[in-house]
Design a protein around this ligand. Sequence first.
Ligand SMILES: C[S@@+](CC[C@H](N)C(=O)[O-])C[C@H]1O[C@@H](n2cnc3c(N)ncnc32)[C@H](O)[C@@H]1O
Length: 221
Amino acid sequence: MTNLNAVPFHEKSYWEDRFKREKHFEWLLTWNNIKSEIIPFLNVSDEILHVGCGNSTLAFDIFESGYRNITNVDYAENVISYMKSVTQKREIEAKINYSSISWYKGDCLYHLQSYLPKKVYPVVIDKSLIDTIACGDDDNQSRVKRLAAEILSVTETDGHWFSVSFSSEREYHCQMNADTNNVYHWKTKRKIPIQVTQLNDKPGAPPIYYYLYINQKIKVT
Ligand SMILES: C[S@@+](CC[C@H](N)C(=O)[O-])C[C@H]1O[C@@H](n2cnc3c(N)ncnc32)[C@H](O)[C@@H]1O
């Protein structure tokens, strides 16, 4: 049966319409919530790829922690133009040089590499992009597998994909044959529950958790 009230999170037009009105919304968790788990894996010179960036301030927050090279991608053209203007405004107001933060329109499900300035990245971050992709998926999770494969193709060997989701049951299955001798896949090394405080929490309300998955691109032996 079709659910007439379902929000079409998997449709690009939904996001483009939303970004006409919405200037900032931070999905699930902030950089402050997750940085202690991610920073141990980062080098200051790492090129960080942030996929499904929306109008989140994550790139600026990561920058403030000392990481300079952050490439952001989203398929909604209007949010990319908007985030470029936000970057310029912040540069003027805060007198900070953000030239190492870049914004690209690109579809993370199809030929992701073709939208990017670099071939591979040591670090990829998605914050609830995976949830959006999972909406409207089939029983085989074809869209989630496709996302996992696209991100695998733009990640360095042994590089990491940090994925934030509301679901405790995400799976990052996919396999990539670089050539006949080299096959890669994602190994989920950790799934970290992060408790969130809701503004309207009542005394005795059950705790709510979101999840940070730490995946590593591994050569299959
Ligand atoms: C739930 S929002 C998360 C936004 C941001 N990461 C945050 O945490 O606030 C999902 C974002 O993914 C983008 N998105 C959805 N499907 C995409 C795709 N196939 N390729 C690129 N971006 C996509 C949407 O436009 C939206 O900005």
